[in-house]
Ligand binder design. Structure first.
Ligand code: I3S
Length: 126
């Protein structure tokens, strides 16, 4: 799945499709809606695209402005309570947005968990 989803020199983990659900915005609970999202990790941000760069090119569309999450001060944790799905991680941003990310293949989501945690730790410590 590691086609070139690179978005610049800051990219530290290339795009991959993960299931994403936003469950709170600014501390306010939202109705959960799982969607397959192309996720790219940069040093201080997690970006969500509707489609991979390859597909955007194939569809002759610009990449579009992605949804993004500021990782500074964010908390990332495994959760078994927020979903009946397996292999779910929760990201809570400093401004109270909450996201779930999930993949059926455990090694996939585990790799993203570890990479996001590293990014959070390094961007939050200074
Ligand atoms: O936490 P919830 O409310 O049980 O999440 C489920 C709902 O989002 C459901 O949609 P509806 O509210 O339209 O029924 C989804 O279809 C389910 O996938 C959600 O539960 P899981 O356990 O899959 O996260």
């Amino acid at each position: 799945h590691n086609v070139d989803g690179s978005v610049g020199p800051q990219t530290i983990l290339k795009g991959e499709y993960l299931n994403k659900a936003k469950i709170a915005e600014g501390g306010k609970k939202l109705r959960k809606n799982w969607t397959s999202t192309w996720v790219v990790l940069c040093s201080n941000r997690l970006l969500f695209y509707k489609e991979s760069k390859q597909e955007a090119v194939a569809n002759l569309k610009p990449g579009g402005k992605p949804d993004g999450v500021d990782l500074c001060g964010a908390v990332i944790e495994w959760t078994t309570e927020k979903s009946s799905r397996k292999h779910v991680i929760q990201i809570t941003t400093s401004n109270g947005h909450e996201f779930l990310l999930q993949a059926d293949h455990f090694p996939t989501i585990s790799k993203w968990h570890d990479a996001i945690k590293k990014a959070v730790d390094s961007v939050s410590s200074g």
